[in-house]
Write a protein that binds this ligand. Structure first.
Ligand code: ATP
Ligand code: MG
Length: 154
């Protein structure tokens, strides 16, 4: 489906803002103008929902979650950052593996199956994109993903 990407992200963040129960602030850094991606909207919603719920799960009281979108040429980069516990460097790539969870004790308490990011990776790669994590222990995590701009606009 041809999708106005910034409007699509705005609606997802709106939904998170309305339903949040924690003391967390969302910061939007979205570009001006309209551009389109060709995606399965339900699947991409699932991907972003998981990244945002991870960010919330691991955020401290009063934390900021920054949602940033940058268009560069034919590619759109999305970055979702939190100020949470972070992921140790040696585990950064593994969080995209099925059922992988960083700290069993911590993760058990917070719930989840360890599938969210594995599904995100499959979905983003199926759309011709790329996804990776960047993190500093105890400072926060940023999930980056790239999606191609819709061909009709190239
Ligand atoms: P599910 O998404 O299936 O409910 P989950 O959230 O544990 O379960 P993933 O979303 O795949 O699974 O994340 C895998 C693991 O990566 C998490 O268990 C957590 O240890 C780590 N992780 C993911 N996002 C963050 C984050 N923003 N901050 C700290 N750790 C994270
Ligand atoms: Mg998750």
């Amino acid at each position: 489906q041809r999708t106005d990407y910034v409007a699509f992200c705005d609606r997802i963040i709106d939904r998170f803002e309305m339903s949040k129960k924690q003391n967390i602030q969302f910061v939007r850094k979205l570009p001006e103008g309209t551009f389109y991606v060709q995606v399965d909207r339900d699947k991409l919603t699932q991907v972003i929902d998981n990244i945002l719920s991870n960010a919330m799960k691991y955020s401290p009281e009063g934390g900021l979650i920054t949602f940033r979108v940058i268009r560069k040429g034919q590619k759109i980069r999305t970055m979702i950052s939190d100020q949470g516990v972070g992921i140790p460097k040696e585990n950064l790539a593994k969080v995209f593996n099925r059922f992988y969870r960083v700290d069993r004790a911590r993760s058990r308490k917070l719930g989840g199956t360890g599938l969210g990011l594995a599904i995100a990776k499959e979905m983003i790669e199926a759309q011709g994109g790329d996804i990776w994590a960047e993190s500093e222990w105890n400072r926060g995590t940023t999930i980056h993903f790239i999606l191609p701009l819709d061909r009709e606009e190239v």
